[in-house]
Design a protein around this ligand. Sequence first.
Ligand SMILES: Nc1ncnc2c1ncn2[C@@H]1O[C@H](COP(=O)(O)OP(=O)(O)O)[C@@H](O)[C@H]1O
Ligand SMILES: Nc1ccn([C@H]2C[C@H](O)[C@@H](COP(=O)(O)OP(=O)(O)O)O2)c(=O)n1
Length: 311
Amino acid sequence: MMMVNEEEDDELLGVLGYKVRLSEMAEVALKLEQSGTFIGSDVAEVPVHKDGRLDGFLPDLPRRSGRNRLMSRAHKSRIINYVSSLSYFNELLSTTMGSTVDAADKGVNGTASAKKPTVIFVLGGPGSGKGTQCAYIVEHYGYTHLSAGDLLRAEIKSGSENGTMIQNMIKEGKIVPSEVTIKLLQKAIQENGNDKFLIDGFPRNEENRAAFEKVTEIEPKFVLFFDCPEEEMERRLLGRNQGREDDNIETIRKRFKVFLESSLPVIQYYQAKGKVRKIHAAKPIEDVFQEVKAVFTPEAEKVKNNTCVIL
Ligand SMILES: Nc1ncnc2c1ncn2[C@@H]1O[C@H](COP(=O)(O)OP(=O)(O)O)[C@@H](O)[C@H]1O
Ligand SMILES: Nc1ccn([C@H]2C[C@H](O)[C@@H](COP(=O)(O)OP(=O)(O)O)O2)c(=O)n1
């Protein structure tokens, strides 16, 4: 009897894309617990149906009854559910479990690759033109644009339980806790079929940076930094006219202060690693994009374009 159950669970894991077996589950759980703060309270919060079913996964699998069995099954489901919801766990499990877990090539949705995506951080003060330039980069270079601010604003609109907290922080020009923003970014990356992303307005402080690195183990390819004087940014924000609650002079001043105190150090951190590509942003939009293009165009391409053939 036990064998049959184990086979079913192994099959379940297999369909989810993992080659870890039920008999190894305890060890997996231990490794997950040991793997640090980012799991923390999350594991406890993973929604698992009260009868232990994996919500949204394999609804046709036979269910079993019996109190003890259900308890242990719920526990396993919780782990599987959590693991499955995060594609980067493929990587984490491979490294923490060594050869015991053979991570799958494909993610849960069957499309995303377990390979880490290419990420470019797009940073700069409020109103420096990050969003505007990202739209051009998307059009020319096929990246997917993820704006941390847009994701947070969408979260407020969705009526989520964090909505009020996020709204208050944005109104005050403060930075929302990393845990919240990173979850939104991860979800957006996971749900997207692309493998290259512009992450705009993130990381905005040291906490954002360190948590993202720890959780995803993704290093940005480079950091695009839009450098713009405050007076120009202030002018742009006051004229942005998108009905944003934080585009008023009082909040704008607070955001500038937070940028100087918390965001610039992140740019300096990447500067020291030789990763910052600085763009002079106090120019007309098209001129700024010319500079951006120079960063994105590979060297070989530049030489080709500049070659003058003398007959
Ligand atoms: N180079 C530029 N010159 C003048 N206005 C700009 C320029 N780039 C963006 N803007 C305008 O300034 C405002 C802020 O730009 P946005 O891209 O939203 O900045 P960010 O994403 O950095 O907050 C928008 O109204 C935008 O149309
Ligand atoms: N990583 C981030 C990015 C934005 N936020 C919040 C706080 C910011 O003041 C607002 C608006 O950010 P957004 O990038 O949309 O806009 P600005 O660059 O400030 O014009 O969102 C955050 O808390 N954490």
